[in-house]
Design a protein around this ligand. Structure first.
Ligand code: ADE
Length: 226
């Protein structure tokens, strides 16, 4: 998979891909991340990428031309199934969004800033608008990093254990059951006996029951019929 991220602050997006699972996925050649500085697509000397809004009002708006140049160049090089815009008024990022995006070959992610982008960018180029939650960040970059992480860990071969992404919270609209590791007893606090019993069908049934109970207690909204 190849992900092209268009941003005015590429520095914010360097470190998330330089550690742990995402770094390993890149080193293994399972994903390529390409950061594009929008200012490289501006012809004037001031490298201006934003301007005042028509009709007046506070806040700058990202101009269409540099974004058009960047997206058009990328599209002339390969086919992109989705051009995503990170914005607080997009659809909320959910596990199912990550699941379906992880199946794509090439993705473009555009990070918004200031008051956002000229509406014509959204009308002409964007196929999906994503928010990572109902709060406003100072730009789309951290949202893009969250989105990339949620997608990349689903690519086959990225996680050591192929099945572990499937048992995550939300994968089947349930929270994950509790997990334990050694020691089996610490300061008198014991691991549930069933987990050390070696009876795998019973362990599986216990986990399912725990997942259901946790979801009912903590996120009953997930159990509601769609
Ligand atoms: N840009 C600013 N706030 C955002 C949010 N909540 N999600 C995605 N992009 C954003």
């Amino acid at each position: 998979m190849r992900i092209d991220i268009i941003t005015v602050v590429p520095d914010i997006l360097k470190s998330p891909f330089e550690a742990s699972i995402l770094e390993r996925a890149i080193k293994k050649g399972l994903v390529e991340i390409h950061l594009h500085n929008l200012r490289d697509y501006v012809s004037d000397n001031y490298k201006q990428i934003d301007d005042y809004q028509f009709g007046g009002g506070a806040g700058m708006v990202m101009m269409i031309e540099p974004i058009d140049k960047c997206i058009s160049k990328l599209k002339s090089e390969r086919a992109y199934q989705e051009v995503i815009y990170m914005t607080p008024d997009g659809e909320r990022l959910e596990q199912r969004t990550a699941n379906s995006l992880s199946l794509h070959e090439n993705l473009i992610i555009l990070c918004g800033h200031y008051k956002g982008v000229d509406q014509r960018v959204r009308d002409q180029f964007i196929t999906k608008e994503i928010s990572i939650g109902d709060y406003v960040l100072s730009g789309g970059e951290l949202g893009a990093a969250v989105l990339c992480d949620s997608i990349i860990r689903l690519i086959p071969g990225v996680l050591g254990n192929e099945t572990s992404a499937l048992t995550d919270s939300f994968q089947d609209d349930l929270l994950a059951p509790p997990v334990y590791t050694r020691p089996a007893e610490y300061k008198g606090w014991k691991v549930p006996e069933i987990l050390t019993s070696g009876n795998f069908p019973k362990i599986e049934a216990w986990r399912e029951d725990q997942a259901y109970k946790r979801t009912k207690a903590l996120r009953p909204d997930l159990l509601k019929e769609d």
